[in-house]
Design a protein around this ligand. Structure first.
Ligand SMILES: Cc1cc2nc3c(=O)[nH]c(=O)nc-3n(C[C@H](O)[C@H](O)[C@H](O)COP(=O)(O)O)c2cc1C
Length: 179
């Protein structure tokens, strides 16, 4: 995909490009699944819960998606998902993608984002500063019986417990910076 620097996970300076707490928890990310750029081919949502790490000796992103999200069925369907990170100038786009549903709204139009097929089955956005193309390795539904701190339950008035996905980072796509 022209316009992006494409690197295998082993070659990408991930520690320099991402911060373990603020990149997800403060800056937020888009979780996207799709196999084409058409309106019905993909969906995305904003996420601020998740983590970077290492599992089974692979570099991973773990995310948490409630089954009530329209994005959930796309993530279930696709072997690959992407995590996209943006500069502050795109904060509004992340707010839009986190407050309306792709089941009802054309998110690309509403958020001013341009869907781009980075590689087969990996849908990203032209405006992202960095996108990680990842392969799902594992999922598990949160079981409230295992909450050791009962305060966690307050996050689930609808009992729509997240499905967690551990995803292996395959490649990164980033825009050349001017500095
Ligand atoms: C800052 C922020 C963070 C969010 N983090 C998550 C998350 O980690 N997991 C989740 O399931 N929903 C999260 N959401 C909610 C979804 O982004 C939101 O419900 C979205 O509209 C779902 O869109 P969809 O129905 O098109 O999938 C977050 C929303 C915002 C604004």
């Amino acid at each position: 995909m022209s316009g992006f620097i494409r690197e295998d996970a082993d070659d990408a300076p991930l520690d320099m490009l991402l911060k373990p707490f603020s990149s997800i928890g403060h800056d937020w990310m888009l979780v996207t699944a799709g196999n084409g750029t058409g309106r019905a081919d993909w969906n995305t949502m904003t996420a601020s819960w998740g983590s970077f790490g290492v599992m089974w000796n692979r570099r991973t992103v773990t995310c948490a998606i409630r089954p009530t999200r329209h994005t959930y069925s796309f993530v279930e369907r696709e072997p690959l998902i992407t995590f996209s990170f943006f500069d502050d100038t795109r904060r509004k786009a992340l707010q839009v993608c986190g407050s309306v549903s792709g089941a009802e709204v054309d998110k690309a139009a509403a958020a001013g984002l341009t869907p781009v097929l980075l590689e087969p089955g990996a849908l990203g956005f032209a405006e992202a500063r960095l996108t990680l193309a990842c392969r799902k390795l594992y999922w598990q539904d949160l079981d409230p019986a295992n909450f050791l701190d009962q305060a966690i339950e307050k996050n689930y008035p609808e009992r729509d417990y997240h499905r967690m996905y551990v995803c292996e980072i395959l490649r990164s796509y980033r825009t050349p910076r001017e500095d």
